[in-house]
Design a protein around this ligand. Structure first.
Ligand SMILES: Nc1ncnc2c1ncn2[C@@H]1O[C@H](COP(=O)(O)OP(=O)(O)O)[C@@H](O)[C@H]1O
Ligand SMILES: CC(=O)N[C@@H](CCC(=O)OP(=O)(O)O)C(=O)O
Length: 271
């Protein structure tokens, strides 16, 4: 059984067609895979913060997180969104088990190392795979909310792309980032294969901005840490998940520039 990490972005959660959940279930039935879902929900958090008249601001795709913001982040991500996803899987014939990074210290975090003051924004220092494997052994799909904990019991707001990357690295599993665009775009076209160097140039040039920055940085970090495959795909495009899992062209596949034997590098003849 092979683990597959699927990150569902908040940009697309409300638009995911039923076929998306069916594809996830197909991975178990036809591809002998063990999918693990990590979700975001940034737009839903922003919307409730606005309703509550709480100011919210992002720096390079990271939400500045006060104690007041943290309450709303946990309520929306570990509550509403997490349970919605579990129910969507059940409605489509699957079995799911929702949990947050706080539960069983699944995601152990510390303050993110950043030049800016971001408040309670964390980075994952370790992933406790035991509760995850317990859920997987029961034949259920773990659905993980990116709120993490530290040894003192403090909770931390983790960007969902970074949380998904930490899980992919811990399980040494491919990572599929499901979002609302067909992949990384340049001049309106999808880049089907993006190398770390090109991606870093595009960030510096402002061609990759906002929420795409942590996504691309997480992808590169995963490859450098030995994850074999990372891709960004469009959740609304039918079969994009199955296509990418089975090695067909869909979305953006990442590659390292160095001569490392990733599937993409092998295919492109770089190694
Ligand atoms: N080069 C790029 N190609 C595609 N999307 C980009 C690019 N640069 C920035 N973006 C933005 O990144 C968004 C996806 O990030 P985000 O909204 O955080 O998604 P998610 O909630 O799925 O994590 C896109 O909708 C788009 O507005
Ligand atoms: C630190 C940080 O920015 N945390 C994110 C967590 C949710 C997230 O990442 O959601 P998407 O995947 O939909 O962007 C936030 O508060 O919005």
């Amino acid at each position: 059984m092979a683990y597959q990490i699927i990150k569902c972005g908040g940009s697309v959660l409300d638009q995911l067609p039923e076929s998306f959940y069916q594809e996830v279930i197909t991975l178990i039935e036809d591809y002998q895979a063990q999918p693990v879902i990590v979700h975001g929900g940034g737009p839903m958090v922003s919307s409730l913060l606005t309703d509550l008249n709480i100011e919210t601001k992002f720096v390079n795709g990271m939400r500045i997180t006060t104690e007041e913001v943290l309450d709303v982040v946990e309520m929306v991500l570990s509550g509403t969104i997490n349970k919605k996803l579990v129910r969507a899987i059940v409605e489509n014939g699957g079995e799911a088990f929702g949990l947050s990074g706080v539960d069983g210290k699944l995601l152990l975090a510390r303050a993110i190392q950043s030049k800016q003051q971001l408040g309670y924004v964390g980075e994952v220092v370790s992933v406790n795979t035991t509760p995850l494997k317990m859920v997987l052994e029961q034949g259920k799909i773990p659905v993980i909310s990116p709120v993490a904990i530290d040894e003192t019991g403090q909770r931390w707001n983790i960007n969902a792309d970074l949380a998904a990357a930490a899980v992919a690295k811990a399980l040494k599993a491919p990572l599929y980032m499901v979002t609302n665009v067909p992949g990384v775009l340049k001049d309106g076209s999808v880049i089907s294969e993006l190398t770390a160097n090109e991606a870093e140039k595009m960030i510096a040039a402002g061609q990759i901005y906002g929420g795409m920055i942590p996504k691309v940085q997480a992808a590169i970090d995963c490859l450098r840490e030995g994850v074999q495959k990372v891709a960004i795909i469009n959740g609304q495009e039918e079969k994009s998940l199955i296509k990418q899992v089975s090695g067909k062209n869909a979305g953006t596949l990442f590659a390292l520039d160095e001569a490392v034997e990733t599937p993409a590098n092998l295919e492109a003849g770089r190694v």
